[in-house]
Design a protein around this ligand. Structure first.
Ligand code: ADP
Length: 418
């Protein structure tokens, strides 16, 4: 959760127009949380529990610009949620103004094309998708169960990373593998970062002053995980991540797309199991593996500036593969209104943006160097010179999107009951 749009927690209860949502994002070893005003994006409370499952698990609460941390025992997701609930109990006015709980759920498989109000059937379906995201969906379910227990009166909403891409056509999502693996095992491309893409698409429509329904975008969400999505007339038509978030461009520690023959080759040459090779592809590759330094783009940029040749090559490969992905995604789009950079690297690295645009002159994209240097730390703006296509930086806000979805569904459910 990157947004730090603080509002005073002591100023609650808020006005009657305020719709606060508790947004929960349970990762495999972390729990990020925020209380968000769905209309303004203000966050009177946010924080994170980290290193869950290990002895030094802790939870940090951020409010009114101050941080407070506390060790967690036991070191579980459940204990983290309990600590959050106990903390919230100290602010009854804030709890009373909660409209819903919004859960980020990583994998919705083919079941979920949009955000949903959680009931027992949908909960079961989220559990059914656990095979596709074994590290994430079980953690997401823990968050849902704990929140249901703590706030039984509040609607619980699930917002899926995969949902936005469910409209992709079959020729884009099928792998050239025996068809029964898709039919029987669900092996296909799903795509991720969908919540971010929806938010950025809406923001692009606002900033470019064009309805989303007429907008063709390529959204480059570049964080620790990185993906590019082709958005045609407001809908995802192709994306670079696949069955898992391993596919596609270079990630922080993940390799992105490689020759699948490499897996068997390395297993034989290194006498390792495919699980061990898989772990290398997920955790020791990407920016980290190439540079030998770090998965953090800032560290690599600093080293490159100081003459570290491997760091320089790493950045070159990163940008080249981004540009190649843009080229591929032009096929379903045909016409491009804007290439949008977002995520930690997309929003902050003027160097990666410049290097990527260097390859994209054929699309009519010419960097505006001054504007590019200015668009950092949450500042949106156009970073290309005048032309038929444009490049933009648009900061994402997945938590706000989850909060908005949650309020919309909670209000609709109330309307049905009335
Ligand atoms: P996550 O995918 O975990 O949410 P983020 O979207 O926060 O990750 O992105 C993290 C990445 O953003 C890291 O590689 C970090 O180095 C990079 N980043 C953040 N600030 C800068 C910066 N000023 N310059 C270059 N890279 C940056």
């Amino acid at each position: 959760m990157t947004s730090t749009n603080d509002a005073s927690i002591n100023s609650t209860p808020a006005s009657s127009a305020t719709s606060y949502v508790l947004v929960l994002n349970c990762g495999s070893s972390s729990l990020k949380f925020a209380v968000i005003d769905a209309s303004t994006g203000e966050q009177p409370l946010s924080g994170m529990a980290e290193r869950l499952g290990s002895d030094d698990a802790e939870i940090v609460f951020k409010q009114n610009g101050a941080k407070q941390s506390q060790a967690l025992t036991p070191h579980t997701h459940k204990a983290a949620l309990q600590a959050l609930v106990t903390y919230l109990q100290g602010y009854p006015a804030l709890v009373q103004s909660l409209t819903a709980i919004g859960h980020r759920v990583v994998h919705g498989g083919e079941h979920f094309r949009e955000a949903i109000l959680i009931d027992s059937l949908s909960q079961q379906r989220i559990a059914d998708c656990s095979n596709l995201a074994p590290l994430h969906n079980p953690a997401n379910l823990l968050g849902i169960e704990a929140a249901q227990e703590a706030f039984p009166q509040l609607p619980q909403v699930a917002v899926f990373d995969t949902a936005f891409h469910q409209e992709m056509p079959d020729y884009a999502y099928l792998y050239p593998l025996p068809y029964e693996y898709y039919r029987d095992l669900g092996v296909r491309r799903y795509g991720f970062h969908g919540t971010s893409c929806r938010y950025v698409t809406a923001e692009a429509a606002r900033l470019l002053n064009k309805p989303a329904a007429g907008l063709n975008l390529i959204i480059a969400h570049l964080g620790n995980g990185a993906s590019l999505t082709a958005v045609k007339n407001g809908h995802s038509v192709d994306t670079t991540m696949g069955l898992t978030p391993l596919e596609g461009v270079v990630h922080g520690t993940r390799c992105g797309s490689i020759d699948p023959g490499i897996i068997a080759y390395l297993a034989h040459r290194l006498n390792k199991s495919t699980d061990e090779i898989d772990a290398i592809l997920w955790k020791k590759s990407g920016l980290l593996g190439l540079s030998g330094l770090s998965n953090d783009c800032r560290t690599i940029e600093e080293a490159a500036a100081n003459g570290h040749e491997q760091a320089q090559l790493t950045l070159e490969i990163y940008a080249y593969r981004l540009a190649k992905a843009v080229g591929e995604l032009m096929i379903p789009l045909g016409r491009l209104d804007a290439l949008v950079f977002t995520g930690g690297i997309g929003e902050n690295s003027s160097l990666i943006r410049a290097r990527t645009l260097d390859w994209l002159g054929f699309l009519g994209l010419q960097l505006d160097s001054e504007a590019n240097e200015q668009c950092i730390r949450g500042k949106a703006g156009k970073i290309s010179q005048h032309g038929h296509a444009a490049a933009w930086v648009i900061p994402t806000n997945e938590e706000l999107m989850i909060a908005r979805d949650s309020v919309a569904l909670a209000v609709a459910a109330q309307g049905e009951q009335a």
